[in-house]
Design a protein around this ligand. Structure first.
Ligand code: AMP
Ligand code: ZN
Length: 113
């Protein structure tokens, strides 16, 4: 399958990994939109949020908890951070393997553009 994040999961494409376990990896975004910009990615290929099934519930919960853990470890728990999942074109999804963005280190606008 021609999927960039599957290639990062397999090690075929390098990334600056900051976390990994049997189900997830997290790495630095190559084009950071904030001083901290991590991506939390399941090893399993799931193309968009629209493809989630009930069997993924624990996986998505773990993605969220790992995002919070990584932000906390980096000192952003108190001042805050944002965790974002984009789905399809109106949200600007460009890589069709689900990933949780973790953004921190500057004041983030709301609502998003
Ligand atoms: P999205 O637009 O929500 O699909 O987010 C995709 C993200 O992947 C963007 O923030 C990109 O900067 C990031 N990205 C693309 N290629 C790479 C790569 N090789 N390594 C790390 N992050 C990447
Ligand atoms: Zn994939």
């Amino acid at each position: 399958m021609d999927c960039l994040f599957c290639r990062i999961v397999s090690g075929e494409v390098p990334a600056t990994k900051v976390f990994e376990n049997e189900r997830l990896i997290a790495f630095n975004d190559i084009n950071p939109a904030a001083p901290l910009h991590l991506l939390v990615v399941p090893r399993e290929h799931v193309a968009t949020l629209n493809a989630l099934e009930s069997r993924h519930d624990a996986l998505v919960g773990e993605m969220t908890r790992v995002a919070a853990m990584l932000a906390e470890e980096r000192g952003y728990a108190e001042r805050g951070y944002r965790a974002v999942l984009n789905c399809n074109s109106d949200a600007g999804q460009t890589v069709f393997h689900i990933h949780l963005h973790v953004l921190a280190g500057r004041r983030l606008g709301w609502p998003p553009g």
